[in-house]
Design a protein. Structure first.
Ligand SMILES: Nc1ncnc2c1ncn2[C@@H]1O[C@H](COP(=O)(O)OP(=O)(O)OP(=O)(O)O)[C@@H](O)[C@H]1O
Ligand SMILES: [Mg+2]
Length: 383
């Protein structure tokens, strides 16, 4: 699939932008703080309905503008052309139109456009706290399963309410049946999250392991482990997962009330990355950790491709400069496969001539895109 056009209005530092990208590699080059990553953020927003970095959606609205809008014409192999539009309002509300029709739910957007994003902050998937890894799982699985996104939202609400009730019960001398109703909700929305996360990791690991072996010239083995927040039976189905979740909640019931919080469930999930058997978070070098993330992202691309039946769009935010020659060559080789890629960088030095000749190059300066070719030669010559 690919974007035939991308349109931004009052988005970040863009007043108006209409981009008609090529179907292969699109390079967005420019100095710092000019708006390169903002373009990737806009595309990712259409794919996931979530911002890559804003904690509040209204941060994406251009200073003093009333609302931000992002739109794209997406071409899919089977479905043909789909037009997507999203508006972000200062009230934090977002609205979505698909083929011009307003949709009641923002999550209707999921699955229309698939994208894999890879940026410097993704190193946190290996190095940061478990919540970052859960967020990673959520973003990726939501793109291939809108139901997951729905269950996740319900689960988070349930968890909040249940924790409030547990605090209440702790301070209250008597018990009633109110916890049972919340427990049912917890299992109903929580068990499918456990199931889908385990399934996703089971599918992703062998792909990532193979890529990691190639990237490290056969010297390293990578193993990805799903560490569920509920001990799960080996290979069990959704029913077995639900049963295990119930048993655990039963087991920790008294302690939950004593501590006033939910102690088991997918909110405690984590992932572990092992390089040659050692935990990459604790023992990996920076280069090894970066390689794990690159393997993960390329594996994710493969998995999504398999899942949706065509390659997703690849978004690479300023990653070339951090990679050594072997990994750079691997990534460039990857891009030469026929998938649409948007890549940001501050200089074109890292790219071989034949790749540049085959790319669309956009020079970005203060929220405007200079017409293609305008500065290509001067940047190439390093002036
Ligand atoms: N809501 C907003 N309204 C106006 N400008 C904004 C808004 N949010 C961010 N910006 C501006 O966008 C610019 C940053 O854009 P972006 O992150 O895309 O830069 P970049 O080109 O990727 O830079 P770098 O090379 O440093 O990563 C900054 O100048 C910032 O002030
Ligand atoms: Mg940037």
């Amino acid at each position: 699939m690919h974007l035939q056009s991308l349109q931004l209005r009052h988005f970040r530092n863009y007043n108006e932008l209409l981009l008609k990208p090529g179907t292969g590699l699109n390079i967005l080059v420019g100095e710092n703080a000019q708006g390169k990553s903002n373009v990737l953020e806009a595309i990712y927003l259409l794919a996931t309905s979530k911002s890559l970095r804003a904690s509040r959606d209204s941060e994406m609205i251009q200073n003093s503008a009333g609302m931000a809008a992002v739109g794209a014409e997406v071409i899919r192999e089977r479905e043909g052309e789909i037009s997507l539009e999203m508006a972000v309002l200062p009230s934090e509300k977002k609205t979505v139109r698909i083929n011009g029709m307003k949709r009641a739910r923002v999550i209707d957007l999921l699955g229309q456009l698939n994208a894999v994003f890879f940026g410097a902050l993704d190193l946190g998937i290996v190095t940061a706290e478990p919540s970052i890894r859960r967020r990673y799982l959520n973003l990726e699985i939501s793109q291939i399963s809108p139901k997951y996104c729905f269950d996740l939202a319900r689960f988070k609400k349930t968890l909040e309410q249940r924790n409030r009730l547990l605090r209440d019960l702790r301070d209250r001398p008597y018990r009633d049946g109110s916890l049972d109703a919340w427990n049912e909700q917890l299992f109903r929305f929580g068990a499918p999250l456990l199931e889908k996360r385990r399934f996703f990791v089971e599918r992703l690991s062998p792909l990532a392991e193979k890529i990691h072996r190639d990237l490290s010239d056969g010297r390293e083995t990578l193993e990805i482990r799903y560490l569920p927040g509920v001990p799960l039976p080996e290979g069990g189905d959704l029913l077995a997962i639900d049963r295990a979740f119930r048993e655990e909640i039963e087991r920790v019931g008294e302690e939950e009330i004593r501590r006033g919080m939910t102690l088991v469930g997918p909110q405690r999930d984590d992932l572990q990355f092992l390089i040659n058997g050692a935990d990459a978070r604790l023992f990996g070098s920076q280069g090894q950790q970066r390689t794990v993330v690159l393997s993960l992202k390329l594996a994710e691309f493969r998995l999504m491709e398999e899942y949706v039946g065509e390659p997703p769009v690849m978004l690479l935010d300023d990653v070339m400069s951090d990679l050594d020659d072997l990994r750079k060559a691997h990534l460039l080789g990857w891009m030469q496969r026929r998938c649409q890629t948007f890549l940001t960088c501050t200089s074109l030095r890292d790219f071989p001539e034949e790749i540049l000749a085959d790319s669309h190059i956009y020079h970005i300066s203060a929220g405007t895109v200079l017409p293609e070719g305008t500065h290509a030669n001067s940047v190439l010559n390093g002036s």
